[in-house]
Design a protein around this ligand. Structure first.
Ligand SMILES: [Zn+2]
Length: 402
């Protein structure tokens, strides 16, 4: 068991966290935070040549200032290479965050989010390597991975080059609340877009000549609701969730122009989630079928029907690691070495871990004190943040069982 956790300098870890929280870094705009992380790593003694960014932006279909940041360090002991990972970006509500320290918390000024998701993770990784280097603590070959665009569809982790992980066998991802609540599985998600083309007509003079796209979409949603495919999905063949989050018109405007015009166009955006990849697809198919049926139900006076364009794509795959998987066991042992009581948990949200596991890298996700994320009430529990740092250090220094 590790006895290195007293080596961690809690005050400097908190100062580091405060510095990182002040740096902007929305998804796709990670240049400033990436540069800051790089500077902090160099300042604690990480060799410049061990730090690289990858070419993930060439495969990401969205604007990116730069790719994922890697640090590849040799081990001072033998054993399989381990990865500590986190994401660099924060959600839009965190723009302009002014972190305020208050006792054992960091909070916002009430007008923005804070960015503890995921600057807590960035600080954990930097504080861990700082402690390892300062106290020359023994550790296996170690890779630090800071991903881009996690918050905009887990793009950085999805499009990284697995070869850049230098044969790592396990990964510990810091991106949650409570350190000892280990996330060892998560749902997968599909996203879909529905466009319904109706026919405009004067709603008072000749409504029968029109085809209401709003009506077609509403019939489809009522059908999905009636057959338990909307919201919490519980069917004999599986369970999951689904949602229509956007119901609007062209170019982000409302569906329709005026009350006296039959609505000729609606755009809907939705998603399906399940722990079972095949069932996720089944939910999406239920949506497609419901919209197809709804199109058949609405006809103009001269027999015309609405047009339907339904497109879907897999956003991220599900995963579920067994409790006896070596990566889970290492996290459990490390947590117990700190006197914590680890639990394993399944998440209903996607994480970098979904894609890392898909890339062949078993990944456990754990927290470092982020709370009320993506809201103006966001705060960081500094006791949990330090516990997260200690857990990362314990994971990195735990003697290998191999
Ligand atoms: Zn996050």
């Amino acid at each position: 068991m590790s006895t290195n956790n007293s080596s961690l300098n809690a005050d400097s870890a908190i100062e580091l966290l405060l510095r990182l929280l002040k740096v902007p870094g929305l998804s796709g705009q990670e240049q400033a935070i990436s540069d800051t992380v790089r500077g902090e790593l160099i300042a604690v003694g990480v060799p410049v040549e061990s730090i690289q960014t990858d070419d993930a932006p060439t495969r990401i279909d969205l604007p990116c200032e730069l790719g994922n940041l890697y640090v590849t360090l040799p081990g001072t002991t033998t054993g399989p290479r381990i990865v500590l990972s986190t994401h660099l970006d924060t959600v839009p509500i965190c723009a302009g965050a002014q972190p305020i320290r208050e006792g054992n918390r960091i909070r916002t000024n009430g007008t923005t989010g804070l960015g503890g998701d995921n600057r807590t993770g960035c600080a954990v990784l930097i504080a861990t390597v700082a402690t390892l280097l300062k106290h020359k603590l023994p550790h296996p070959p170690l890779t630090l991975l800071f991903t881009v665009r996690e918050e905009s569809g887990i793009q950085g982790a999805r499009h990284l080059n697995p070869a850049a992980l230098s044969g790592a066998e396990m990964c510990f991802n810091f991106d949650s609340k409570v350190p000892a609540d280990l996330i060892t599985g998560a749902v997968g998600q599909e996203s879909f877009t529905v466009e319904i083309g109706g026919l405009a007509s004067h709603a008072g003079v000749a409504p029968e000549k029109g085809i209401s796209a709003t009506l077609v979409a509403s019939l489809a949603l009522a059908d999905l609701h009636a057959h338990s495919w909307f919201g919490k999905v519980q069917q004999p063949e599986g369970k999951g969730t689904s949602n229509i989050g956007v119901f609007g018109g062209k170019m982000g405007l409302a569906a329709g122009d005026a009350t006296n015009v039959v609505t000729d166009y609606v755009l809907l955006k939705g998603e399906s989630r399940s722990a079972d990849e095949a069932f996720t697809t089944k939910i999406t198919q239920a949506y497609r079928a419901a919209f197809e049926r709804a199109v058949e139900q609405v006809t103009s006076a001269d027999g015309q029907k609405a047009t339907l364009k339904f497109t879907s794509h897999a956003a991220y795959p599900p995963f579920n690691l067994a409790d006896d998987d070596p990566v889970v066991q290492r996290a459990i042992l490390a947590a117990k070495s700190l006197g914590l009581e680890p639990t394993t948990n399944f998440s209903n949200g996607g994480l970098d871990a979904n894609w890392l596991v898909k890339h062949g890298l078993p990944t456990v996700t754990m927290g470092a004190g982020q709370h009320e994320i993506h809201t103006v009430k966001e705060f960081i529990d500094l006791d949990q943040f330090i516990e997260g740092c200690q857990l990362a250090l314990a994971i990195a220094t735990l003697a290998s069982n191999d």
